[in-house]
Ligand binder design. Sequence first.
Ligand code: A2P
Length: 207
Amino acid sequence: MPTAFKPGDIYYPRDESGKFIIYHQTDLCATWEALEACKDAGLIKSIGVSNFNKRQLELILNKPGLKHKPVSNQVECHPYFTQPKLLEFCQKNDIVIVGYSPLGTSRDASWVNLKCPPLLDDELLASIAKKYNKTTAQVALRFNVQRGVVVIPKSFNPVRIKENFQIFDFSLSETEMKAIEGLNKNIRFVELLMWSDHPEYPFHDDY
Ligand code: A2P
């Protein structure tokens, strides 16, 4: 995450009133150099980022003396939030997009923007799913995989976990891919608004 919090053992350090998470102004490039050192020391295999916008990615990519590029950027990505601009930018720079919430999240009101309708109820996804004898979840996952986006669906249910792997025995036509791309609403389920005043909050920018 580009949004640093006060260094220490507490993941989300709060002020004395317990209300506000204490931010930390960070030089993202300095953090990146520390991660590069971890890789060079053999402690980690590769380095990626999450929720970085284009500006923040460019900060790293254009860093003088860059040793290792970010291999991936983990961001929200699904048919209602297709990330066309960030995807193009990342693909040009050989950065893999890892799509979180690829099924449209668990719709937990404590952290999800519920103004966006449930993805898995989408009629177009349902009609395509019917054609291939698949579920809407499988079509949503296949859509991303087919356009080069890695998906990390989450389920606590063994049957659904298996179902989410069964997306490699069918493919969507070009017309279907275009139609699903057309579902993009450009609204995030995961807005992270509680950190929107952080100096490195990534979602004020267009992408
Ligand atoms: P459950 O754990 O009961 O399966 P995301 O991956 O976008 O964060 O979505 C996670 C949500 O989607 C969870 O609520 C999960 O519920 C549900 N889910 C996961 N896999 C499927 C599936 N194949 N069909 C329907 N819902 C699913």
